[in-house]
Design a protein around this ligand. Structure first.
Ligand SMILES: [Zn+2]
Length: 109
């Protein structure tokens, strides 16, 4: 089991909001940028968490994008991306943080 500090999970979660919003909105992101943020040792775990949370926060209804956190829609890709990062950034950060803590044994140092 990987040991990652709580403060690192906090900082990492904050930086992953953008990636979750992109995946949820079907907008591509730079894999290398995500590796640079997460580090190679936990990169796969981070990708899984980002994809899972993105699935939870958005929904594709017949090709139209909806926000599942507040049931608003429909949005364009860009519209949903902006909605998620502006309206739900704090919620997304908290969900990501919970998921990362579940998958990584966190230390209190
Ligand atoms: Zn919403």
């Amino acid at each position: 089991m990987m040991v990652v500090s709580l403060s690192r999970v906090d900082v990492l979660s904050e930086r992953l909001i953008e990636f979750v919003a992109r995946v949820a909105s079907k907008i591509s992101y730079d894999q290398r940028k995500l590796v640079a943020i997460s580090g190679t040792s936990i990169h796969k775990i981070v990708v899984n968490v980002v994809n899972r949370v993105a699935d939870w926060v958005s929904e594709d209804r017949g090709g139209l994008l909806w926000c599942r956190l507040c049931n608003r829609g429909s949005f364009t890709k860009r519209g949903l991306y902006l909605h998620l990062v502006r309206v739900h950034n704090f919620e997304i950060k908290n969900i990501v943080e919970d998921e990362l803590r579940r998958e990584l044994r966190t230390s209190t140092n």
